[in-house]
Design a protein around this ligand. Sequence first.
Ligand SMILES: Cc1cc2nc3c(=O)[nH]c(=O)nc-3n(C[C@H](O)[C@H](O)[C@H](O)COP(=O)(O)O)c2cc1C
Length: 340
Amino acid sequence: MTSDPARLWAAAGVLGLWLILLAWIVWRARRKTAPVGPTGGDVVLIAHASQTGVGEALAEMTAQSLHDAGIAVRLIAFSTLDAETLKSARRALLIVATTGEGDAPDSAAGFVRRVMKDGPDLSGLSYGLLALGDRAYDQFCGFGRSIDHWLRAARAAPLFDPVEVDNGDAGAIRHWQHAVGQALGAAAGPDWTPPAYEVWRLTQRTLANPGSPGGEAWRLTLEPTGALPVWSAGDIAEIGPPGEPAPAAREYSVASIPSDGRVELLVRLMRHPDGRPGLASGWLTHDLPLGGEVPMRLRANRAFHGPAAATPMILIGNGTGLAGLRAHLKARAADPAQAG
Ligand SMILES: Cc1cc2nc3c(=O)[nH]c(=O)nc-3n(C[C@H](O)[C@H](O)[C@H](O)COP(=O)(O)O)c2cc1C
């Protein structure tokens, strides 16, 4: 067995891609209806530009999960995508791989030539972007990033920050699944690739906003039952709430840094319209006893890592959105080499 980190990462990436394809095969076998054509009304357009099939598989899984949530979808390849289709769509999800040296997949070559050379007005369009790539290449997610720049220049509005997937990273794909569900109001289905959780314990829980007119926000402290993992300010905790079949993981920004020796979270108690507490937030903030076990995994969130140490930062946020900013402040305060 090798101990070369580069080879281990490559193997992990291949395993990740394989898991996605496996999940897709299982998904396909289970699905009852193929959501491919326009169904009228408020249809979500899903377009894929894929060279070796991973993006296409993820587009099908995205389409199927929205369809299962009662949302009408239209699934097409970039080879049939044009400016008119984008203009007439109110919401679009674009799943694009990069090939060559930062190039578009073959199925999107015509789109680059015919559509991207113009500057259409897409101000009526909101979009989510899943960019597939591999950091081993110089132009990481090169085509996904140029699509994103082009859409912003055309005045389309992002539904959420683009999700970039490095070599099939399952955590980033779960993040896409959650971001799409939240942005389009689809209830969370089971994770396509469930996380490998570790066991943590809840050691403290305090209400952070007593008397606030907003929903309860709780400060939670969790300690590992094994070794403390390493993480960076900006990273995400994925938590598996109890239930059968296993509910989708929930994501929370980590509010502490490794030298604290524990993970701290800020969790808002969510409520359904009928007043029932949310499955995960109700469990974490009320039902889970102190000392209780929490399945949790920490996931790198590179898009939210801080800049180089010498670069000053201005952090703006509120509510439970302060959690990740608190980790950044702590990281700066703990490192005397950092400027401010
Ligand atoms: C020949 C080749 C060239 C690639 N070039 C890039 C690249 O320039 N930048 C990048 O981020 N990823 C690159 N990748 C990685 C792919 O984007 C990544 O494996 C992606 O998951 C493929 O998705 P697809 O199966 O939908 O085409 C390349 C992969 C191959 C096989």
